[in-house]
Design a protein around this ligand. Structure first.
Ligand SMILES: Cc1ncc(COP(=O)(O)O)c(C=O)c1O
Length: 445
């Protein structure tokens, strides 16, 4: 660590007011875990311990923590201009940042709409897809297709196309006209596969079934995560995404890749679309976009999509959509500085250099207690545990607590450990992640 992490942060004496997101509030507040500082690969806990970050925050601090280049860019912009509207006005940094993003996105995908989060990016992408179909004269295409076990954030659009029951069941009928492809997870065929599984490409053909059921003329878009992260690291089978692309092309359906976690080097390439050599029509971004230093998301579209809106509108606003903070100058400043760091340190490719070591490390846990599957791609790892009888998720939660007490932050979803450390990691960090999890698995019942 280059500079010490500051721990001089006042501890709150009342935990009641903050209704914590995606958290068991009662349990947390009875035994809180506070993070009070962060630098490079580590957090500092409130009790003064260094915690190795095995998750890049929430899949977002790809360049590690406390990057001075990013902090000073934010400060400089805050001193110059805190905020400016982007409705019928502009700020130069938002334009510059969009151009910089377009330099690294797949060819022909150079039009960037700014949002503030992954959820907003998803809802924006779905709205752009629906509006695009209408603007190009295909207004009957109003259906959206997502996938079981997909996670696309928490907006109404995102939970409608998403496939996680607890994120959906409390919130009413959701969007109309949404169907879901089956997920691709299959332990019987694919357990302990290194990288992409061979079995499962045919599951993309389920899209043909939906086309046969509804007719292509009713379907606007399909949205998938190239690698499903939040439901436990589900790696697409070889050929699956290509097949989806072919079926979408055949039927005039837009393909949206939700690259909120796969973007910005997670697989060892700037985006998953390059890794899998499949170009979507629209991609959603967030998280690593600003290294999480300021909240921001983006939707990147094929140039023809933007051009269709512009050409179809002789006068006035082309797309009735936007956020007060779309292209916020502080976020744009953070984003430009983040892209500089990624470029200067080769972080968008670094995952490829470490992927084999990471893969070996992950799969060395194959015979550890409770492990029923290990999955990996780029610098992503998933370790699936046998659920405790009658108590799903309990074993993984115990494993999380044990790792945290032993200086490692992991993430669990169901009975799956999901790992996605910052891309500045060294092999020694991989060794520590593996050793700590190995110890935890031996200790938990
Ligand atoms: C694939 C994917 N899409 C969307 C989101 C939502 O992003 P946010 O939490 O920034 O709204 C996430 C968050 O984990 C995600 O993994």
């Amino acid at each position: 660590m280059n500079r010490p992490i500051t721990t001089e942060v006042a501890q709150p004496n009342d935990l009641e007011a903050f209704w914590m997101p995606f958290t068991a509030n009662r349990q947390f507040k009875s035994a809180p875990r506070m993070l009070v500082g962060a630098k490079d690969m580590h957090y500092r806990s409130h009790d003064g311990r260094d915690i190795l970050d095995g998750t890049a925050g929430l899949w977002c601090c790809n360049a590690g923590h406390g990057r001075e280049e990013i902090a000073s860019a934010i400060k400089a912009q805050a001193d110059t201009m805190d905020y400016a509207p982007n409705f019928q006005m502009g700020n130069p940094l938002a334009f510059e940042f969009a151009s910089r993003i377009a330099e690294i996105t797949p060819e022909g995908m150079d039009r960037v709409f700014f949002t503030n989060s992954g959820s907003e990016s998803v809802d924006t992408a779905l709205k752009i897809a629906l509006a695009y179909q209408r603007v190009r004269g295909e207004g009957t295409r109003t259906r959206l297709v997502g996938r079981e076990r997909g996670y696309h954030g928490v907006g109404f659009g995102g939970i409608s196309v998403g496939g996680i029951v607890s994120n959906r069941k409390f919130f009413g009928p959701l969007l109309n006209g949404v169907d879901h492809l089956p997920h691709t997870h299959d332990l019987a065929h694919n357990a302990h596969t290194r990288g992409q599984p061979e079995w499962g490409a045919h599951l993309a053909d389920e899209l043909e079934r939906l086309v046969a059921l509804h007719d292509a003329s009713t379907i606007a878009a399909v949205i998938v995560e190239p690698v499903a992260g939040s439901t436990g690291v589900l790696i697409p089978p070889v050929g699956y995404l290509k097949r989806l692309r072919e079926i979408c092309d055949k039927h005039g359906i837009l393909l949206i890749f939700d690259e909120v976690i796969t973007g910005f080097g997670r697989l060892g390439s700037p985006f998953a679309s390059e890794y899998f050599d499949v170009k979507p029509d629209i991609m959603t971004l967030a998280k690593g976009l600003t290294n999480a230093a300021v909240p921001m998301g983006a939707v990147v579209c094929r140039n023809e999509i933007y051009q269709t809106f512009v050409d179809a509108t002789s006068d006035g606003i082309e797309l009735f959509h936007g956020y007060t903070y779309s292209g916020h100058p502080l976020a744009a400043a953070a984003g430009i500085a983040t892209l500089d760091v990624y470029r200067d340190e080769g972080l968008l490719e670094r995952g490829a250099e470490l992927a084999d070591y990471w893969e070996d490390g992950m799969h060395s846990l194959k015979d550890a207690p409770h492990v029923i599957d290990i999955r990996n791609l780029g610098i992503i790892g998933g370790i699936e545990l046998e659920p405790r009888e009658g108590k799903p998720t309990a074993r993984a939660v115990d494993c999380f607590t044990d790792c945290y007490e032993n200086g490692l932050l992991i993430r669990t979803t169901g009975d799956i450990i999901a790992l996605s450390p910052p891309l500045i990691l060294e092999t020694s960090h991989i060794d520590r992640i593996v050793d700590t999890i190995s110890g935890a698995l031996k200790r938990v019942a």
